[in-house]
Ligand binder design. Structure first.
Ligand code: HT7
Ligand code: ZN
Length: 872
């Protein structure tokens, strides 16, 4: 397989003004007829270039006609899945009849079946698996879709836009016609047909238009969509208030499907969701999932402007819509709940997973320069780091100018397919802020390291920060240029008070410093004693910060910083410092021992009733195995696990009474509510329980079982179960079995059970996970189940990192099995194996050998790209 390059971009030689599609749906063969109103693209220049339409190997061409002239075989050819027609007029209507078999589509791209329904997934290049087309985002067309099906089996037949006609064929089948007036690329096309239940609602827009809202699911799930519907209405209002964006069609529909490769899809007027990201009920859904449902509903809705009305010119620009939309959904969630908690969660995820990606063989810029398979570039870098770029623009411009920039962007480019440069240009033009150096964030891969040193001059009350930036080499980018990095800084007195100081003549308690050179000095004046710096407040840039904080400084920041984010950050740094010591002891085989400073910090937190319980819970959570692995080089997984367990036990034993008290104080009596307040209490209560249980106290162990048995919501029940499993509670196996027994008819709950079961730390972890693949609840065709079992297994240090390499071998076997069946899922499963270079030497060779074994197979483009780049 070969790569395609951003530098080779050319405008399309042909345009499609109108697309008329007819789907004759059937259980065995589906006939798709397209009528494409095409013309040569004047922007391409005078040309006689042939018409080349994208297709897929499973698309069977029945016939092709140009302006109703049926083309004989010598006037077209099919080569490498493309339909090539050499001679065309300047303007013509191309008719194509194709046959597909959605029931045999296991890739879940294009038109496929999930349970008893038909559904589509066309982003990024799925439409070509339906029929021949110019399947690229800069070809925007007005779609009219006719669906013909047996109404008894498929009473619901949906597509984009508005339903404009309904009737019957001579054979008695039902015909429904949908028309979408907004031009769109094929990746936003959608079709759904099935026997579905619907929940109806309405939304009145700011200009008093009435929008019909509909959520469709299989009938047994329709009682679980109320939360999503409310989240949708909150999102619609928020986008009006925050960005001035109103919904444009008269109807907005969401459909839940069980088999889906990702979370959800923003098809115009007809979003399709993985049911795991839409359905919610107190008994079956945890708080985390409630928040995820709200965030994804919002994300897909926000795409209506950032993605659909203004779309991407080419797939290299994916972050144009994804980075911006993630930023929008993060801000929305922050506004709905707690800004600091949301920021901590997002940064924690970024630093764990995106930093790891940026340091690995698949590292790429937010706007990649090349790819083999675009599906591999729906990455944390494009999404999460892309959102950080937009957030930095917000920091540099301020809220008002940022809004002016987004207004200009939407006005200037409505109905167009544009680039990340166009986005930055709008922000720059509307604000007058120079973003020319800043733009390097889009093209330069890798996580910059910012090293800070300081000095204080008593005689003048002057404090100096010297900042150096360096971005390590990444594949294909050996050297890097300095970036424009906004560093938000505040100063604290040694007693913890906020200090006002002058920078460039401006006095404030909080300054955004513009680090632009490789090395730069910043001078603060007007001080009376040496301050403690609070650096990179709110994580103002996605960088690794290096500053030699003493434990005393960190405890001060933890207890007193006015920036809530940096209070959390200080606690993490303290814990990382202590864990690093312990990990090194474990690697050497020494007995672990430490005088933990965290005990003092945690004690104060646990006794301060004024603090937000959600923040306390976040601070109490020790850095994860995954985050510590990202920091380590090389990674010793078992040593990390041992160090975490040891420190947790030390803290639990030292503060046992506090944890018990906090556990009891934060119990909620009454009905479950997914409000920020209740979620905060539950999260603190459950982390307190996890510490308390760690002490081995019998009362704690009993409390855990009682919570499991009496909980009125899934958060409490599943927390109790997870704590039991991860603390090797004597009743862990019994509770796991009881949980399955109770929830076996709820697939989404069973998926949680599969994941937890697969993540267990035990001698026979590998045998357990193999057993799960044979379990009646498992289904290789369902991506959620595959992700649960194999994702869970990846968290089991004793299973996945088994010394003989059998854990890696097992994962490689599953990747090979899925490679043909579902290349997107197979490729994503490769991620843990891509970290082989950073692993301790004995494990590293074993992991590498498995990658080599995969590479020897006949691979899909998806898997080939990840595996070959990992071995390069
Ligand atoms: N824009 C959507 C991307 C997506 C996707 C991409 C590749 C393969 C399957 C997919 N399903 C959805 C999701 C989003 O970011 O909103
Ligand atoms: Zn998106």
């Amino acid at each position: 397989p070969s790569a395609i390059y951003l530098k080779d971009y050319k405008v399309p030689p042909f345009l499609i003004d109108k697309t008329e599609l007819t789907f004759d749906l059937d259980e065995t063969t589906t006939i798709v007829t397209s009528r494409l109103h095409m013309r040569r693209n004047p922007a391409f220049g005078k040309s006689t270039a042939p018409l080349i339409l994208d297709g897929g190997e499973e698309v069977k061409l029945i016939g092709v006609a140009m302006d109703d002239y049926e083309l004989p075989p010598e006037e077209y050819r099919i080569s490498e899945d493309k339909l090539i027609i050499t001679a065309t007029a300047d303007e013509f209507v191309l008719t194509c009849e194709t046959l597909i078999e959605p029931q045999n589509n296991t890739r879940l791209e294009g038109l496929y079946r999930s349970s008893s329904m038909f559904c589509t997934q066309c982003e990024a290049e799925g439409f070509r698996h339906i029929t021949y087309y110019l399947d690229r985002p800069d070809v925007m067309s007005v779609f009219t879709t006719t669906i013909i099906a047996d109404e008894a089996r498929y009473p619901v037949m949906l597509s984009n836009g508005n339903e404009v006609e309904r009737g019957k064929t001579d054979e008695g089948k039902t015909v429904v016609v949908w028309h979408d007036p907004f031009p769109k690329p094929a990746y936003l096309f959608a079709l759904v047909a099935g026997n579905l239940a619907v929940k109806n609602d309405v939304f009145i827009t700011q200009s008093q238009r009435e929008i019909k809202l509909q959520i469709f699911t299989e009938s047994h799930n329709i009682d679980k969509v109320d939360y999503a519907m409310e989240a949708l209405k909150r999102s619609m209002r928020w986008d009006e208030v925050t960005y001035g964006r109103e919904y444009d069609l008269d109807i907005f529909m969401i459909v839940a499907v069980d088999d889906f490769n990702m979370g959800a899809m923003e098809n115009k007027g007809l979003n399709i969701f993985n049911s795991s990201c839409l359905l919610a009920s107190p008994e079956t859904t945890t708080d985390d999932t409630y928040l995820r449902v709200e965030a994804i509903v919002a994300h897909e809705y926000f795409h209506n402007w950032s993605g659909n009305r203004v779309t991407c010119r080419d797939w290299f620009q994916l972050s144009l819509k994804e980075g911006f939309t993630v930023f929008r959904d993060q801000t929305f969630s922050a506004d709905m709940h707690s800004e600091t908690v949301k920021r901590v969660e997002d940064v924690s995820f970024l630093k764990t997973a995106q930093f790891a990606e940026d340091a690995g063989p698949m590292a790429h810029p937010v706007r990649p320069a090349s790819f083999i398979e675009i599906s591999n570039f729906y990455t944390l870098t494009v999404y999460e780091k892309g959102a950080e770029i937009v957030r930095m623009i917000h920091t540099l411009l301020g809220a008002e100018k940022f809004r002016a920039g987004s207004d200009l962007y939407f006005d200037r480019h409505d109905g167009q397919a544009v680039t990340c440069d166009d986005f930055v240009a709008a922000m720059q033009d509307a604000s007058g802020v120079d973003l020319s150096q800043f733009k390097r964030w889009y093209s330069q891969a890798g996580t910059p390291v910012v090293t800070v040193t300081d000095s204080y001059e008593e005689s003048t009350g002057t404090y100096r920060l010297i900042m150096k930036q360096h971005t390590p080499a990444t594949p294909g980018q050996p050297t890097k240029l300095p970036l424009h990095i906004p560093v938000r800084v505040g100063l604290l007195s040694q007693q913890g008070g906020a200090l006002s100081a002058q920078v460039n003549g401006v006095a404030a308690e909080d300054h955004v410093l513009h680090l632009k050179a490789n090395e730069q000095e910043f001078v603060f004046t007007g001080l009376t004693s040496r301050p403690v710096p609070s650096l990179l407040r709110s994580f103002s840039a996605p960088v690794k910060l290096r500053y030699e904080y003493s434990a005393k400084d960190l405890l001060l920041l933890l207890s007193a910083d006015s920036d809530g984010f940096n209070r959390w950050s200080a606690s993490q740094q303290l814990a990382v410092n202590e864990l690093t010591l312990l990990i090194n002891q474990a690697i050497k085989g020494d007995e672990l021992s430490i005088e933990s400073q965290l005990i003092q910090g945690f004690k104060a937190l646990l006794s301060d009733a004024a603090l937000d319980p959600a923040m306390v819970a976040l601070i109490l959570a020790l850095p994860s195995q995954a985050y510590l692995s990202e920091l380590a080089d090389p990674i010793y997984p078992a040593a990390i696990k041992q160090a975490r367990q040891y420190l947790k036990a030390q803290l639990a034993n030292a503060l046992s009474a506090d944890f018990e008290r906090v556990y009891r104080e934060h119990k909620i009596h009454g009905e479950y509510q997914a409000t920020a307040e209740d979620i905060a209490h539950r999260s603190l209560k459950n982390i307190a329980l996890s510490y308390w249980v760690e002490t081995g106290d019998e009362l704690a162990q009993q409390e855990l079982v009682t919570q499991f048995q009496t909980a009125n919501n899934m958060t409490d029940q599943f927390s109790a179960l997870s704590i039991a499993v991860h603390s090797q509670h004597p009743k862990a196996a019994e509770l796991l079995a009881a949980f399955y027994e109770q929830w076996q008819s709820e697939p989404l709950v069973v998926n949680k059970w599969l994941m937890l079961s697969a993540s267990q730390e035990q001698e026979n972890a590998l045998a357990t996970v193999k057993g799960l693949l044979e379990h009646p609840a498992f289904d290789l065709k369902n991506p959620n189940k595959v992700r649960s079992v194999l994702g869970g297994f990846g968290q089991s240090v004793s299973g996945f990192h088994k010394a003989d390499g059998s854990g890696y071998q097992f994962l490689a076997d599953q990747i090979i099995l899925l490679n043909k069946r579902n290349p997107q899922i197979a490729s994503r499963l490769c991620t843990p194996l891509t970290r082989w270079k950073k692993l301790q030497p004995e494990l590293s060779v074993k992991m590498k050998a498995e990658l080599e074994r995969i590479l020897a197979e006949n691979l899909s483009k998806d898997v080939y790209e990840v595996v070959s780049k990992s071995l390069a």
